[in-house]
Design a protein around this ligand. Structure first.
Ligand code: PBG
Length: 342
C-alpha cells in the first residue's frame, strides 16, 4: 500500500516545462561560475574599525569579540601599517575613554589632545596613505553612554549638534579625512558641514550614519568602548525604529540635502533591504557597518563548528556588495584582506 504518484499520460518533459532554459548550465563548473559571477569582494571595499585606549604597548582582548583588541596608540600605528600593506583603504577609530574623563555632557570630546585625536595624528604621521574615519558621537565620552547631552531624562538635540560640530572640527584639525557622525541628532550633517567649511576643511568628507537603527546587535561594541554598564534605557528617541524603511529613506534624503558625501546603513546584514533601497534611490557612495554583534555571531558559531566561519564571513561580505554597497566597515577587514591577497 505504498503510494505511487501517477504519471499522467500527457506529462511534460523538463525541457517542455522550462522551454529548454536550464540555469544549471552555467553553474556546472568552477570556470563558468567565475565567468558569470556578478559581484566581487575586493580589499578596496574594506574599512577596518579599531578600538583605541590610553597607555603604551597596551593591548586588551574584548571577550565578546574574539580576535578584536583595544590598542594603545603606538600599537594602533603598527596595525595601521599592517592594514596599509594589506591594501585596506581606511580605518575607523573608536575610543575607550578612561572613566574619569567621562561626564554628563561628554566634554572631553572637545579636548584637542583626547585619545581619538592623538590616534589620528600618530597614524597620519606614520601611515599617511591610509584614510582615517572618525566617529563624532558623544557616547564614548559621556558618563551615561548616550550619544547626546542628557538633561532631565532627555537627549537634547540642538546643544548636542553644536558640540558634535565643534568636535568634528578638532578631528579634522588632527587629520581625520572623513567625519562620521553616528548620533542621529537632527541637523548634525548641515552643522558639521558648516563648521568644517568655516574652518577651511572643505576637503574633509562626511560619511553619515544616515540610517542607524535601534538594534540589539551593538552589544559587544558597548563592551569594547565601556558603555555597557553605563547605559540606562535605550536609544529609541534618536535611532530609527527597526520596523521602518520609508523613514530610513527620509533620513538619508535629509542627510544628503544637508551635505553628506556618503551614506551608511547600520547594522548591516539584517538591513540589506535598506541598502538596496538607498542605492537605487540616491545612487551615492553607500556603505554598511557590519556591527559587533554580527561579527561575534559569525565568530562564535564558527568557533563551535556550527558553521564554517571563514565561508560565512566571506558570504556575508559579498552579500553587502550584492545589496549595492560600495564598501563595508567590518572587524573582519584584516582577516579578509589576508585571504583575498591569496
Ligand atoms: C554609537 C555607536 C554604536 C556603534 C558605534 N558607535 C552603537 C551604540 O553603541 O549604540 C556600534 C558599532 C558596533 O556595534 O560594532 N555612537
Amino acid at each position: 500500500n505504498k503510494f505511487t504518484p501517477a504519471k499522467p499520460a500527457g506529462a511534460r518533459s523538463v525541457d517542455e516545462i522550462t522551454g529548454s532554459r536550464r540555469l544549471r548550465r552555467m553553474r556546472k563548473a568552477d570556470w563558468s561560475r567565475r565567468l558569470v559571477q556578478e559581484n566581487r569582494l575586493s580589499v578596496d571595499d574594506l574599512i577596518w574599525p579599531i578600538f583605541i585606549i590610553d597607555g603604551e604597548n597596551r593591548k586588551e582582548a574584548i571577550p565578546a569579540m574574539p580576535g578584536v583588541f583595544r590598542m594603545s596608540v603606538d600599537l594602533a600605528v603598527k596595525e595601521a601599517e599592517r592594514a596599509a600593506k594589506l591594501g585596506i583603504p581606511a580605518l575607523a577609530t573608536f575610543p575607550n575613554v578612561e572613566m574619569g574623563l567621562r561626564d554628563q555632557t561628554g566634554a572631553h570630546i572637545l579636548e584637542p589632545d583626547n585619545i581619538i585625536n592623538r590616534a589620528t595624528r600618530a597614524i597620519k604621521a606614520a601611515v599617511p596613505e591610509i584614510g582615517i574615519i572618525t566617529d563624532v558621537a558623544l557616547d564614548p565620552f559621556t558618563s551615561h553612554g548616550h550619544d547626546g547631552i542628557l538633561r532631565d531624562g532627555i537627549i537634547v538635540n540642538d546643544e548636542t549638534v553644536a558640540q558634535v560640530a565643534a568636535a568634528a572640527v578638532l578631528q579634522a584639525a588632527a587629520g581625520s579625512d572623513i567625519i562620521a557622525p553616528s548620533d542621529m541628532m537632527d541637523g548634525r550633517i548641515g552643522a558639521i558641514r558648516d563648521a568644517l567649511d568655516d574652518n577651511g576643511f572643505h576637503d574633509v568628507a562626511i560619511m553619515s550614519y544616515a540610517t542607524k537603527f535601534a538594534s540589539a546587535f551593538y552589544g559587544p561594541y558597548r563592551e569594547a568602548i565601556g558603555t555597557q554598564g553605563l547605559l540606562k534605557g535605550d536609544k529609541k528617541t534618536y535611532y530609527i525604529d527597526h520596523a521602518n524603511s520609508d523613514e530610513a529613506v527620509r533620513e538619508a534624503e535629509q542627510d544628503l540635502a544637508e551635505g553628506a558625501d556618503m551614506l551608511m546603513v547600520k547594522p548591516g546584514l539584517p538591513y540589506l533591504d535598506i541598502i538596496r533601497r538607498l542605492k537605487d534611490e540616491f545612487r551615492v557612495p553607500t556603505f554598511a557597518y557590519q556591527v559587533s554583534g554580527e561579527y561575534s555571531m559569525i565568530k562564535a558559531a564558527g568557533a563551535n563548528g556550527w558553521i564554517d566561519g571563514e565561508k560565512a564571513m566571506l558570504e556575508s561580505l559579498l552579500a553587502f556588495k550584492r545589496a549595492g554597497c560600495d564598501g563595508i566597515l567590518t572587524y573582519f577587514a584584516p582577516e579578509v584582506a589576508q585571504i583575498l591577497k591569496g
